[in-house]
Ligand binder design. Structure first.
Ligand SMILES: Cc1cc2nc3c(=O)[nH]c(=O)nc-3n(C[C@H](O)[C@H](O)[C@H](O)COP(=O)(O)OP(=O)(O)OC[C@H]3O[C@@H](n4cnc5c(N)ncnc54)[C@H](O)[C@@H]3O)c2cc1C
Length: 387
């Protein structure tokens, strides 16, 4: 493949030498540790918990959290890691998002000094796993309607309720649980071995198979007074964590798209029909060119949003632009890439349909396509149209 085939716009020129070196390090990890195993993990619906400490050593956990043993890298560097991980599989990028962008960032932004010292270093090292419980069986796009309750009891709290679709909950050590209190919605740090806490994996799934999502039941879960995250009051707390994760998805989705495109290109150059490579047909070239166009645009969007995040000027509404556009285009690219693989494209030997299936759930979590459309619509018109 020529350079134009892999980086048509020469976007590497927009990255520093340090950013390229970091990107290549993560790419190497994906090549060595994820690619050789992902078919098996996906087919058997296995999350490879054994590679979590390796991810910690590499600096992939809490990548852009500073202090407390965390890597303290830039937003762009975090995005580059998401890009490379999702080129391997969305399930692995999702784990890094949940651990770093949701759980560790909740503790780093809203936790006490004691909470940060207790939880962040082992989570950065991959010795402990966290989960983030916001969604409920009856409260998805509208988390304000949550019914999980935390009531004061003596000098502590008792939490009752249910959460759904909570990533990693069945293997997590710590759950950040968002619950309604008499003072509004608050976050609680709940060790998962607390009596009354149960997490059950949701199975079988057609997407995100190399990852775990769970139903959580909270039945009289008693936590001490200092389990509350003091800095987060109301939905602004969880929303600010979701913004971190949505930002990472803007990059990650383009990783899945790039991998699908590269698989389709390699196949099209090799596969012969009508006596010639299918890459020689105009219709094939149009498909590949359309992929290159959208990947180039998507990466530019991700990088621009990342630079704004590092500069401290990024608005949440601008993250919606990246998440909505890049996931939507990535799914279209993966599906189109699958067509170039013909029948072979529906086997797990090739990545595009696996990526497309994963992206079905990426469309839905961290704000559905519709929710991000409504966020952008409100930003443009000044009129909220959520209800
Ligand atoms: C793989 C995966 C991992 C996840 N991980 C986590 C996690 O770790 N922690 C966590 O808390 N949650 C997690 N989630 C939950 C996720 O955030 C929710 O699925 C998402 O918010 C949507 O909620 P819902 O599934 O209940 O769908 P619903 O909210 O019921 O939506 C169903 C449909 O209705 C549409 N809709 C809803 N409201 C409107 C409206 N006002 N206007 C137009 N259309 C509307 C939606 O866009 C969607 O198309 C995960 C989900 C998945 C699939």
């Amino acid at each position: 493949m020529t350079d134009l085939a892999t980086d048509y716009l020469g976007l590497d020129a927009l990255l520093s030498a340090e950013e390229i070196a970091w990107r290549d390090t993560v790419r190497g990890f994906v090549r060595d540790r994820i690619r050789p195993n992902i078919i098996q993990w996906y087919e058997k619906a296995v999350f490879p918990a054994e590679i979590v400490p390796e991810m910690g050593r590499l600096g992939l956990l809490g990548t852009h959290v500073s202090g407390y043993g965390c890597p303290g890298r830039s937003a762009v560097e975090y995005g580059l890691a998401a890009l490379e991980l999702e080129a391997g599989d969305s399930g692995l990028r999702t784990f890094v998002s949940v651990q770093g962008s949701l759980v560790m960032s909740a503790i780093a932004k809203f936790g006490t000094e004691t909470q940060k010292q207790r939880w962040l270093p082992p989570m950065a090292a991959g010795e402990l796993i966290g989960c983030f419980g916001l969604t409920e069986p009856e409260a998805g796009s509208d988390p304000a309607s949550m019914t999980t309750m935390a009531r004061r009891d003596g000098d502590g709290w008792v939490i009752n309720g249910a959460k759904r679709w909570i990533g990693l909950a069945s293997i997590a050590d710590l759950a950040v649980i968002w619950a309604r209190t008499e003072d509004g919605i608050r976050g609680f740090l709940v060790p998962t071995d607390t009596p009354g806490f149960t997490a059950t994996p949701i199975e079988p799934k057609l997407a995100m198979r190399a990852s775990i999502q769970c139903d959580i039941t909270l039945a009289g879960v008693r936590v001490p007074a200092d389990a509350i995250l003091p800095g987060a009051a109301g939905l602004r707390g969880p929303f600010s964590c979701l913004n971190e994760a949505r930002y990472g998805i803007t990059w990650g989705a383009m990783g899945a798209a790039r991998d699908a495109y590269e698989a389709a290109l390699a196949y099209a150059l090799d596969r012969r029909q009508f006596g010639q490579p299918i890459a020689s047909f105009q219709l094939t070239q149009e498909k590949l060119v359309d992929m290159v166009l959208e990947i180039g645009k998507g990466l530019l969007v991700a990088l621009h949003i990342g630079r704004m995040k590092d500069a401290g000027t990024l608005l949440p509404e601008q993250i919606s632009f990246g998440k909505l556009n890049n996931v939507r285009e990535a799914i279209a690219i993966c599906r189109e890439a699958r067509t170039l693989l013909g029948g072979n494209g529906i086997t797990l030997d090739h990545s595009p349909l696996r990526h497309a299936n994963n992206l079905e759930s990426v469309r839905t979590y961290e704000g559905t396509d519709e929710v991000h459309t409504l966020i952008m619509g409100r930003a443009i018109t000044g009129i909220p149209a959520f209800s």
